[in-house]
Structure formats: structure tokens, C-alpha cells
Design a protein around this ligand. Structure first.
Ligand SMILES: [Zn+2]
Length: 652
């Protein structure tokens, strides 16, 4: 564990703007700095960094925090990883609390594993570039594939000669522990080299450490396995690794999409052509752990399949679990006999990207089409298809998505929506029963350690459970509107207009007042409306000299420094906006109200979602369900429009 005084030293040293500027270009704006938010897609910067307070906040998506939080969110780091990163950036020596002997032993072993793998990688790399066999066999293979030297170095490619034990002998001469070499699968039980006459692919973990290798034979001998891999160790669990993710993660976040291919070589070729968001599940069929890794960066996966239909059908079965994780999955089938590597080289990058765009299909529709085509007119086989599809739909956690799939699949299959809804509900109920049974039987609170790090997307949970809680607490927005009302209310909205800020604010939010969360704000707004109705303006003194202490204090707060936001959502942090000359009361008021209404609509959407979830599992309520879905879509559309005006992404 990192010692508390080290943590304090890190916190005292780091400058939030310096940490963030490694990833986001920031411009000074008054006392703050702003830039395009790295957490959501935006054209108008709303990501604000306050060097004075050492914090950041995005007014588009609401992400906020300090330097440690930034690295956790941005690079999917754990808390200690983030601290270590920052300590390293600022050359702060980390002091750790004394571990138990057992902890120390484990740590020593894993540290040794990393060191040995690092050595092996440089050995393999050296064999590739500096031995005759490496140059004539390995390097020419990679060159034939079209790899340039920089991509070979980046991905840590290498070669092992036909020599029986040169690697092991070299390693031992350098005092590396033979038992560790065996554990890592680099040395065989007879003390010979495990990888021989192979081109070598290095497998990295998320922070770029070498955790395993894959060796590909270039021999045509059918008895030689094409690929052999390192065994699983304390540092390598193949279910939890995606090949290339270390190099792809930034790009996946930026593109908001992860491209998944089948092989190591596909990943490398794609990266060389600038498709930096490609990874491979390499050797295993896709696992939940791998999907959760991707989910840290994006909810969107595009899977590229080589053009042979036989393999695809088998692969489809595994994909239901991606639906369970509430990911959006699209598939692209390459033309017959092509893999990404071959096809990309054939048509070039422009055509390749175009092909992906044109041919991508939603996973479930793809599956429906494929199964339907196979079933033909056979009614029995068709009803099997129905069951199969309904199983998939039932796994989608989000009810709105579920409803949309039902609509589309109903058209595709020529079956009424009602039947599909009924069948889906049957499956959901059966699953719930099963889950209930399982929960009773198993330890209920098993948490996959990978979910701890999941900052970007919070899963709803994998089965239909209790409806998501309505998020309450619009304190911040409500207070912000009230702040403007009290601090600027009697000023004209624009220099040349007759309208006062208070008239504009009251007119915009009067219908919302009954929905206010904060009772104090509600009271003060009601006071303001009464004053406005009586005198056409608001009476500031009535607030500042009110007998109600809470009213008085809050009003004074607003007036004392109108540019300090009353509170930061949940955090209780203070945030100073800039006193820009053009950031006048008009802009301030309009923006603030828009944000406020935007948030209120978000809550309405949450409420509708809950209602729809309830209805979708209530038999006989299909008509109501459709009504609510329509209402939901209307509010969604309004909110999207508002989001565009606010220059923020449409989140919910
Ligand atoms: Zn944002």
C-alpha cells in the first residue's frame, strides 16, 4: 500500500492543468482553462479546468474531479495506479507500508515475471534483427506481411531460432531463476527453449507490461501447431487480455468504437494502416472479462469476421453475452476467403473503411437474417429461430433497446410485436426465476475485480432487476438559476432590451417550480414570483434581510460573490467561473436555464424508462407500453435538440 504521506505529497505537488494537458489541449479563459471534453464528444468546449482549485469539471457530461480522478477516468486506472502514474510524472518517490511476508513474496514473484518477460522480449527482438536465421526467416516473413520497422518495434515482434537452448542458457547466465523461466513457459521441463523456430508476438497488459508471448511457426508441417502460447500465470489470464488493447485504448476512446478482429497479424496490419482502435481476442472466443475491458473505453464493438460463413455461425452463439453487457455490437463479414490483413492490402485503407461502413450490420439483425434464411419455409425450424432470437432479446438489459429490437425483428420475421413481447417476457421470467434460485444458492456479492476499474460505463446489471433509481438532487442547477435570478435579476437581459433577467428566468422555469428538489430554492423562487407579479421586478432586500436565516444566508452568498457556484453536484467543491466581458448576464442566464431544463428532462426520461420497464414485464399492458414509448421518444428528441444547443452530447 502507498503510504499516506506519499499520497499527501502527490496531492500537494500535482497541477491538474499539467496532468490534463498531456491529453487535452487547454486554452486559458479568465482564471480557468477550457478544452474539448475527453469524456464525451463535443464541438464547443465545456470541459473546464480550474488551476486555482486544482479540479476539473465538464459542463456537458458532468465528469468532474481532481488529477487522480482524471487519470482513473481517462485511462481506466485504479486508484493506486493513478497515484503511481502521478508520482512518476512528478518524480515523487513512493513510500509503501510494510507488506506481510506473503504479500512481499507474491510481489517479488510478479516483479520477477515482468523482468524476465522483458528480457525475453528483447532477446527475441535481437534474434529477429541480428541473427542470420532471424533476418532471413523471421524478418522476411514480417516484411512480406508489409510491416515496417517501426510497427515491428512498437508491437515487440521477435524471432526464436532453431537453437535448442540458447535462450535458456543466456537467461541463466544472467542469473534469471530457472523455475520462473519454466513457470512463464519460456523454458521446457527439460531445460530447453520452449519457443523455437517461430516468429514471436508479445502480449502486453493494459499498462504495457509484457505478460506473455505467442509463437507462430513458419513451417508447412501439418503436425506443428501453428501457434503456441505462454501458459497462464499470476500475470497472464488469457480470458482477461485483448491483444493490442494497450496500443488501442486511447484510440478506442476517441473513436468511441472498438474494432475486433481474429488474429494478431490483423491487429498489427490495421494499426500500421492507422486503424488504431483494433484489438483481437486471440485464441479464445470472446469472454465477459474481455468485453468488460472494452467497456471501460466504449460501449460500441465492431467485429470483423473473415469471409467464411461456417465459422461465423458458431461465433454468433458467443455474442449473446455481449448483449448482456449492454454493448452495441455490429458485425462485418469480409468477402469470401479474405481476412482483414489480406483484404486491406488488396483494396487499400480508404476502400477498407468504406467497406466497413457500408457492410456493418447490427448483430441481432444479422443473426435473425442468417437463421431465417436457413430455416426457409419450414414452420418448425422457424419457430426455433423465434425461440433463439427471443433468447437474445431477453438478454438486453435496456428495455428501450429491447423494445426497438422487438419492433424490427417482428417485421423481419413476420410475427406480431405482441407475440414477440409475450415470448420475450416468458424468457425473462424464466431467467429471473433461475437467477433467484442461483442467488439463493451462491454467495450473492461476488464482484468481478475488473468492474472496480470500470469508470466510463456503469453497467445496469446483467439481468432485469429492480428498476434503476431515479436520480434526485437537482440542487446544483436549481441553485444556479436562483443565483442568477438574485444576483442579476433586475438587470436588462441584453443591453438594448427592455426585458429584465428576472422576467426571462421566471417565465422559463415557472412551470418547473413544483418539481424543484430543493425546498429552500422553491421557497425563494415563490417569493421572487410574488414580488415580480406585484412590482415587475424582484426585491433583493426582502431576501437579504429575511427573517428566515436560510433564505438570508443563501441570498448573501449569491451576492457576495456571484461567480462562485453555490455547490458542486455531490462533491461540495467550489468552482469559480470566469468573469469574461462577453460572458454577460444574458448568456449566463440562458445557458444556466437550458442546463437546468435539460437536466429536468433527463429526470423525466428516467421516470419514463422505469415505467416502460415495469410495463414490459406486465402482461396485457402492451398498449400502455407503446404509449409510453412514444412519449419517451418525444422527450428524447426534445432533449437531443437541447443537447445540441448546449453543445453537449446526448447522454440519456
Ligand atoms: Zn464531458
Amino acid at each position: 500500500m502507498i503510504k499516506q504521506n506519499t499520497i499527501e505529497q502527490i496531492m500537494a505537488t500535482v497541477k491538474v492543468e499539467e496532468v490534463i494537458e498531456d491529453f487535452v489541449s487547454l486554452k486559458r479563459r479568465g482564471v480557468n482553462m477550457i478544452g474539448n471534453c475527453p469524456f464525451h464528444d463535443e464541438k464547443t468546449p465545456s470541459f473546464t479546468v480550474s488551476p486555482a482549485k486544482n479540479i476539473y469539471k465538464c459542463f456537458g457530461c458532468g465528469k468532474a474531479g481532481d488529477s487522480v480522478r482524471f487519470m482513473m477516468d481517462h485511462d481506466a486506472m485504479s486508484y493506486p495506479e493513478s497515484l503511481r502514474y502521478l508520482a512518476n510524472k512528478y518524480n515523487i518517490e513512493i513510500e509503501e507500508t510494510v507488506n506481510t511476508a506473503e504479500e512481499l513474496a507474491v510481489k517479488e514473484v510478479t516483479t520477477s515475471y515482468y523482468i524476465i518477460n522483458e528480457f525475453a522480449q528483447s532477446y527475441f527482438n535481437n534474434s529477429l534483427f541480428n541473427t542470420n536465421e532471424g533476418k532471413s526467416v523471421g524478418l522476411s516473413y514480417f516484411k512480406d506481411r508489409g510491416y515496417n520497422e517501426s510497427i515491428i518495434k512498437k508491437f515487440g515482434l521477435g524471432f526464436t531460432t532453431s537453437d535448442k537452448n540458447d535462450f535458456t542458457k543466456t537467461a541463466i547466465s544472467k542469473q534469471y531463476n530457472i523455475e520462473f523461466l519454466k513457470k512463464l513457459g519460456l523454458t521446457s521441463q527439460y531445460d530447453n527453449d520452449f519457443f523455437r523456430s517461430r516468429v514471436m508476438f508479445t502480449i502486453h497488459n493494459l499498462s504495457g507490461k509484457v505478460i506473455a508471448f505467442a509463437g507462430r511457426t513458419l513451417s508447412q508441417d501439418k503436425k506443428t501447431p501453428k501457434y503456441i502460447n505462454s501458459p497462464e500465470t499470476d500475470i497472464y489470464n488469457k480470458r482477461k487480455v485483448l491483444y493490442g488493447l494497450y496500443f488501442a485504448k486511447q484510440s478506442i476512446r476517441k473513436e468511441d468504437e472498438c474494432i475486433m478482429v481474429e488474429g494478431y497479424t490483423d491487429v498489427i496490419t490495421l494499426h500500421q494502416y492507422g486503424v488504431d482502435n483494433a484489438v483481437a481476442s486471440s485464441g479464445t472466443s470472446l469472454t465477459v472479462e474481455q468485453i468488460n475491458l472494452v467497456k471501460r473505453y466504449t460501449p460500441n464493438i465492431k467485429i470483423i469476421y473473415d469471409g467464411d460463413a461456417a465459422g461465423v455461425k458458431a461465433a454468433l452463439r458467443g455474442l449473446d453475452l455481449v448483449l448482456e453487457q449492454d454493448m452495441n455490437v455490429r458485425l462485418v463479414m469480409l468477402p469470401d476467403g479474405e481476412d482483414p490483413d489480406s483484404y486491406l492490402k488488396k483494396v487499400g485503407i480508404e476502400e477498407f473503411r468504406k467497406y466497413l461502413k457500408e457492410k456493418e450490420q447490427d448483430f441481432l439483425f444479422f443473426k435473425t437474417n442468417l437463421l431465417l434464411a436457413e430455416a426457409g419455409d419450414d414452420p418448425i425450424r422457424k419457430s426455433k429461430v423465434l425461440k433463439d432470437i427471443v433468447q437474445s432479446i431477453a438478454k438486453i438489459p435496456d428495455n428501450i433497446k429491447k423494445q426497438l429490437y422487438i419492433q424490427k425483428c417482428s417485421t423481419m420475421m413476420g410475427i406480431s410485436e405482441e407475440i414477440l413481447i409475450g415470448e420475450t417476457n416468458k424468457v425473462i421470467k424464466a431467467n429471473q426465476k433461475q437467477q433467484h434460485f442461483r442467488n439463493k444458492r451462491d454467495q450473492p456479492n461476488h464482484v468481478d475485480d475488473s468492474t472496480f476499474l470500470n469508470q466510463k460505463t456503469q453497467p445496469y446489471g446483467t439481468q432485469i432487476g429492480p428498476a434503476k433509481q431515479v436520480v434526485t438532487g437537482d440542487d446544483y442547477q436549481e441553485k444556479d438559476v436562483l443565483r442568477i435570478l438574485i444576483s442579476h435579476g433586475n438587470l436588462p437581459l441584453k443591453d438594448d432590451s427592455e426585458m429584465l433577467v428576472c422576467a426571462f428566468i421566471i417565465d422559463s422555469v415557472k412551470d418547473e417550480i413544483q418539481h424543484f428538489d430543493n425546498e429552500l430554492v422553491k421557497t425563494m423562487f415563490t417569493m421572487a414570483i410574488e414580488q415580480f407579479n406585484a412590482n415587475g421586478k424582484i426585491d433583493i432586500n426582502a431576501f437579504t434581510s429575511s427573517n428566515d436565516e436560510q433564505v438570508r444566508l443563501l441570498a448573501i452568498d449569491f451576492l457576495a460573490d456571484p461567480y462562485i457556484y453555490a455547490s458542486w453536484e455531490e462533491k461540495g467543491l467550489q468552482f469559480q467561473t470566469q468573469k469574461d466581458p462577453e460572458n454577460n448576464q444574458e448568456k449566463d442566464a440562458i445557458q444556466s436555464i437550458k442546463r437546468f431544463l435539460f437536466r429536468k428532462q433527463g429526470k423525466r426520461i428516467d421516470q419514463l424508462e422505469i415505467k416502460i420497464k415495469e410495463l414490459s414485464v406486465t402482461p396485457g399492458s402492451e398498449l400502455d407500453l407503446i404509449r409510453y414509448i412514444k412519449a419517451y421518444r418525444i422527450v428524447q428528441t426534445q432533449r437531443t435538440k437541447m443537447a445540441e444547443e448546449l453543445g453537449s452530447v446526448f447522454l440519456k
